[in-house]
Structures are given as structure tokens and as C-alpha cells.
Ligand binder design. Structure first.
Ligand code: GUN
Length: 284
């Protein structure tokens, strides 16, 4: 029987745990607060930002909203981040990406105080992840680890293949799986004989951004498959990087799209905000 990994339920469970924890922090006069900055009005970003603010509200995290016009200069954005870095009532700062082309994404990421970098994108946090020290972990890969652990899927000693090497997903994903004592292979667009390598995987993590790319030729019987992709097909139906209908009879567990990895990204952002507040209060 295939296990459908229920990201919606697991996200709801973690959010409830965070709500309780936030209540406990409030009782100690600690009020977690996230500043959310969006530059321009990219419709996808607007949806993501709205979901993040809604999640804050549900958990009891205060959110500050900065909706800046497309023409905002890099200096203006850096100046706002600088102000928020200095505010003791702000625990986390999130700049929704992508930023307009005239603003350097790298500069923006570097300017966020690593202690408030709840996205886990600042090189100080990614460097700490590499070194195996405590840090803010990138939310999507941290969410994948939670999905696997809370579904009772063993990671220790398993063959894990991560397909995709982005800074925000593929690379940190591989490091987190390594931390869990998996044997990790990272594949990418130049990998030779990708299906053969993927067929080694006990756990296959697909994060390449190509709709229904992974069919049964990539799957070992009994593998757990994590689908990080999300795409809107013509006719509005959503799908992932995995051709789920084609692989379903081979896998032992799989994340659906939607309702798999998606709900975990915002949930782990909330997790990082609560952790930031605890750190700033000297509790961690
Ligand atoms: N744009 C798409 N995903 C993300 C994310 O996780 N964080 C930020 N800051 N921007 C994004």
C-alpha cells in the first residue's frame, strides 16, 4: 500500500505546536514578530506573502507588512532592512524573492542580520549548516526532513538522491540529509545517466522545476519520493516534478502536489520565527 505523505496535516500539526509555544512565550512577555517585505506586485509573490501573514495570524506571531513599489531603489530597501535589523521588537525579516531586476538579490540577502534571517538564506546561516552548527535552516528542505521523520521514514544509512542544486533547496537539502546520516548524491542538469542514479535511491528528492519529468524509469521499487516541484498545467490543474500516476505502483511513499511539500515551507518559516524570538530572549 502506498503511503501518501500528508503535508497539509503535518503542517497543521506543527502549526498547532507553534501556536501553543507562542502562547507560552506570550505568558513570559515574549511576542514573536516577523517583518515581511514585498517589492513590486508580482501576483505569485502576493499570494505567498498573504499565506505567510495568514500563518502568522493563526499561530499568534505578530507580522509587520511592508509593500513597496516596484521603483523602490536598492538603497531604500537596504535602509529599511537596516532599520528592522536594529529594532529589538522584530525577530525575523523576510524579503520576498524575486526582487525587481535593478536590486541585487545577493546584497539584500547579505544585509539581513543572520540572527533575523528566518529564510536561512544568508551565507552565515548556510555556512553554519555546512559546518553542522546551529542555524536557521532553509524552510523548504527543513520541511522535507519533517515530512519524512513524521511519516516514520528512516533516513539513517539510506541512499538519498537529491535532483536539483539550487542554493535554497537542492544544496541545503543534501546537507540536511547528510546530517541525518543518509548517503547523499546530488544530481543536476549535467549528470550523466540520471535515471540510473535515481534508481539507486531509497529516498528520491525531486527539485528541478520541470512538470512530470520523473516517470517510473527513475524509481526503484519501494522508494520514498519527495516532489518539491509545483506547476500549473493548462486547465489550471497543479502537478509536480514527478509523474505521479506513472510511478504510483512502484513507490512505498510519495508526497502529493498540492498538499505535500508546499504547506511545509510556510510552516518552517513560522518555526524559524518562533526560534528567533526564543533566541533573542536568551532562551536558546
Ligand atoms: N520566493 C519563493 N520562495 C521564497 C521563500 O521561501 N522565501 C523568500 N524570501 N522568497 C521566496
Amino acid at each position: 500500500m502506498v503511503m501518501l505523505i500528508d503535508g497539509k496535516q503535518i503542517a497543521a500539526d506543527i502549526q498547532e505546536e507553534l501556536r501553543v509555544k507562542t502562547e507560552e512565550l506570550n505568558a513570559k512577555c515574549i511576542f514573536p514578530c516577523l517583518a515581511v517585505i514585498q517589492v513590486g506586485d508580482d501576483p505569485a509573490s502576493t499570494v505567498y506573502v498573504r499565506n505567510k501573514k495568514k500563518a502568522c495570524e493563526k499561530i499568534g506571531i505578530k507580522s509587520l507588512s511592508y509593500e513597496l513599489p516596484e521603483e523602490t531603489t536598492e538603497e531604500e530597501l537596504l535602509s529599511l532592512i537596516d532599520e528592522l535589523n536594529g529594532r529589538s521588537d522584530v525577530d525575523g525579516i523576510l524579503v520576498q524573492l524575486p526582487v525587481p531586476a535593478h536590486i541585487s538579490e545577493e546584497k539584500i540577502i547579505m544585509s539581513i542580520d543572520p540572527a533575523k534571517d528566518v529564510d536561512g538564506f544568508n551565507p552565515e546561516n548556510t555556512g553554519k549548516l555546512l559546518a553542522g552548527s546551529k542555524c536557521f535552516e532553509s524552510c523548504t528542505p527543513a520541511g522535507v526532513i519533517q515530512l519524512l521523520k513524521r511519516s516514520g521514514i528512516e533516513l539513517d544509512g539510506k541512499e538519498c538522491v537529491v535532483v536539483g542544486r539550487s542554493n535554497n533547496v537542492g544544496k541545503p537539502m543534501a546537507l540536511l540529509m547528510l546530517q541525518e546520516n543518509a548517503t547523499v548524491t546530488i544530481c543536476h542538469s549535467h549528470t550523466k545517466d540520471l535515471p540510473e542514479i535515481c534508481r539507486r535511491a531509497d529516498i528520491l528528492i525531486c527539485a528541478i522545476g520541470k512538470p512530470k519529468f520523473f516517470d517510473r524509469s527513475y524509481i526503484k521499487e519501494g522508494a520514498a519520493v519527495i516532489d518539491v516541484g509545483i506547476h500549473r498545467l493548462e486547465g489550471k490543474k497543479l502537478c509536480g516534478d514527478v509523474d505521479r500516476d506513472d510511478v504510483m505502483d512502484l513507490v512505498s511513499a510519495i508526497t502529493p502536489v498540492p498538499g505535500g511539500v508546499g504547506p511545509m515551507t510556510v510552516t518552517m518559516l513560522m518555526f524559524n520565527c518562533v526560534k528567533a524570538a526564543e533566541m533573542h530572549a536568551g532562551l536558546l
